[in-house]
Structures are given as C-alpha cells and as structure tokens.
Design a protein around this ligand. Structure first.
Ligand SMILES: [Zn+2]
Length: 418
C-alpha cells in the first residue's frame, strides 16, 4: 500500500525535545531549537525534521504539503500523566465551603467530599460517564494534550470500578486524544464496606485485578497511600499481587504525610505522584531510583497547600513530570499548561524543565515510548502555537493556547478555522 506522506511548515521554531536526559535539571540552552523548520510525516509518524527549504525537494507527487502562514512554534503534543476525569456530579458547593473556611470534616458532614463523587458516579450510567469524559478530554485536546491518563477510583466496588474502566475504554474509541486507563480501586476504604482495609484490598486483588487483565481494561494499578486512605503495611500484599499479574504500579504518595514514596521505590513503581510533603529524605530516595516524580500543581492550588518541591527534586537528580490531577474535588481546573507555568514560576523551573515535564518525562511516567519527543519513528503528535519564540508559551502562563493540534499526523484542532 502506498504510504501517506505530509510535509508541514515552515515553522519559526520546532522544539523536538530530543537529546535531553530523563533525569535532573536542565538549562534552556540545552534545548534543541530548529528554525525555519519542516516536519515530514509518514503514516502518522515523524519521518524527518529539518530545514523546510531542504525538505521541499524531497516531497513526491503524493506528498501533501501543508504550508503555514505566519509565525508558528511546534512542540510534541502534551502528555497529562495523572487525571481523574471519569466522574459524575460537581463539587462546586464543596469548593465554596472550603474557601469559606469550612474544614474537610464539616464538608463531609453535609454530604460533600469524595463520597459524594462516589455516590454520583455509582448512580451514573456508563453512557453518562462516557459523555463526561468526552467533554473533558476534548477540552484537554484543544489545550494541546494528545495523551491523557485517566483513573477509575470513584466506583470502589468490583462492578462500579469495572463500569468506570469500560466507560474510559468506550470514550477512548471515540476520541482523537489517547486515553491511558489506570485502576484506582485502592483510593479509599469505601464507607459502605463492612470489613477493614485489609479485607477490602484482598477482595479487589482477588476479584477485580484478574478481571482487568482478562478484559484488557488496563495494565496500570495505583493506590493512595496516606493517613485516612491506605497504610504502607496494608498495601504490600495488594501491590505484590498486582505486580505478579504484570501490572505497572504507581502511587499517590506524600501528599499530606510521608511514607508513600518509600513504598513506590520499594515496589519499583513507574511513578510517585503528589509529593507535596516530601522532605530531603524522600527526595534523595526518589532521585536515586527509577521512579518518575510527578508534581500536581492543580491540587496545590485547589487545596492551598505547598507545591511539590520540584526544584529540589531536579537538583537532586530526579525525573520530574507535571500533570493536572484534573478531578472534581481538589483540582477542578484541568488546564495542564497553565498549571505547569504556575509551578515553573513558583518553583523556579526553566522552560526546558517545565516543557520536559509535560512531554517526554510524562511519557516515561506512563511507560510510553515513541511519544513526547519529535524524532523519526515517534508519533506525529504536534502542538502548534501562534508565536515565533517558544519562551512566549510559558511567559503567557497558560493563556497562549495552541492554535493547531495534530494527532498521529491528522489535524484535530484548527483554531484558525473556528
Ligand atoms: Zn490524583
């Protein structure tokens, strides 16, 4: 079959995000910036990147040439490696109460808090959940996100967790953005469960995890390790079982108290997310490991708590991804670029560090290869901004949105035509 080729350009700048290490800090001078560039695409993947003028003669009769008018900067499509966008209901009332000074307990007593989302999500049909995911994921796509992780975790029973993961699967089939599902049945001990935490974890490890494999619903398992959620001790057998079944492990760690990151390192987790409470000890442990540290600035904003110590993690030699944590409770904004820009300003991160955190370092947090950079063989997921200088992107603190987005070589967003 004839291969489909496209040449897009000329771009004022293409930042392929290649030649950068997975771990540690970096300067903007480490970024490769290709000016007056063109991107050659073959069957949805990058074939070559170089000077547009040099690439034009390589176009054949069947190559589609897509000329850009004006100044444009191209980055790899963004990757949001941590969200909870499968849910029903709204927690606007909780948010207002929290900002009016009410405590978590006071909010929970009036029927708010996470249990409200669990109740509404259990009540919702699969079709209703799919509709919500589509709406939120398409908004992420318009903001340049071409790969989006989505967790279950508001079902908290075997059938309800399965319903959520099927909703994510069904939404994925209808979306241009790729959804990467993760099972968060170990989010909290469900209020209506009659046994203790150990009994609940053993029930989901026996009755849910094998089903996820058989029905190919996800290959990722995450647990929330925190006071009030699951302890380090109780999670051990669950993670051991998940690993034996071949799942990748990830952890909600060190959000309010430490301990989770140690478990992440001990179990060879692919990522440890949150880390707002991490101290020097946890930072050095993470930096020496292969675990990707994921900052979630949206949750810090929503709860008014510390940002993840991103600067310290990078200075210690750690790998830092940045994700939106988009969820109905603590992080309702769901704007990755804005939050990454804010984290950069507060934590003093370079452009190179912030952009790495939402591209190839986020890909690593999901165990994904061939995306997050623009190089031959990588997916032609392109996030294109109307500017001639990549530094304008974070300078505008998220207010400069991409004007064009390509997903695997296909234009899926074009704001010039809106
Ligand atoms: Zn989360």
């Amino acid at each position: 079959m004839l291969k489909e080729t496209k040449l897009i350009g000329p771009f004022s700048q293409v930042l392929p995000m290649t030649g950068l290490s997975l771990k540690g800090g970096m300067a903007d001078s480490d970024l490769q910036v290709i000016e007056e560039a063109g991107i050659f695409i073959e069957d949805g993947r990058v074939l070559a990147i170089g000077l547009f003028a040099d690439m034009l003669p390589k176009a054949t009769d069947t190559t589609e040439i897509l000329r850009l008018d004006g100044k444009h900067v191209c980055l790899p499509g963004f990757i949001d490696s941590h969200t909870h966008i499968c849910f029903a209901g709204s927690r606007a009332r909780d948010y207002a109460m929290r900002n009016a000074g009410k405590t978590y307990l006071e909010i929970a007593k009036t029927g708010g808090g996470i249990w409200d989302t669990v109740t509404q999500t259990r009540k919702a049909t699969r079709a209703e959940l799919v509709k919500g995911i589509l709406k939120r994921a398409n908004r992420h796509l318009r903001n340049g996100v071409t790969t989006l992780e989505v967790k279950s975790g508001y079902g908290l029973s075997v059938p309800d967790e399965i319903k959520m993961l099927y909703a994510i699967k069904e939404a994925n089939e209808q979306l241009a953005v790729d959804l990467i599902p993760t099972c968060l049945a170990a989010h909290m001990l469900p209020r209506d469960y009659t046994g203790d935490a150990a009994a609940y974890l053993s029930e989901i490890s026996e009755n849910l995890l094998p089903k996820l494999k058989v029905e190919a619903l996800t290959n990722r398992v995450v647990a929330f390790i925190e006071e009030g959620a699951f302890t380090r001790q109780s999670i051990g057998p669950y993670f051991t079982k998940a690993k034996a079944l071949g799942f990748d492990i990830t952890v909600h760690a060190d959000q309010f108290s430490t301990g989770g990151s140690e478990v992440a390192v001990a179990f060879g987790a692919i990522s440890a997310d949150h880390l707002e409470a991490s101290t020097e000890k946890e930072i050095s442990l993470l930096a020496k490991s292969t675990v990707i540290a994921t900052a979630l600035p949206g949750a810090s904003l929503g709860l008014r708590c510390n940002f993840t110590p991103a600067r310290k993690i990078l200075d210690a030699g750690g790998a830092l991804a940045i994700a939106s944590d988009h969820n109905p409770g603590s992080a309702p904004m769901g704007d990755l670029l804005t939050q990454a820009a804010i984290l950069g300003a507060f934590e003093k991160l370079t452009n190179a560090e912030v952009l790495s955190g939402i591209t190839f370092r986020a890909a690593a947090a999901l165990g994904l290869k061939e995306r997050g950079r623009l190089a031959p063989g990588f997916l032609a997921d392109l996030c294109i901004f109307h500017t001639n200088d990549y530094r304008e992107i974070l300078y505008h603190q998220g207010n400069l949105k991409p004007c064009i987005v390509y997903k695997e070589g296909i234009k899926v967003v074009d704001k010039h035509k809106d």
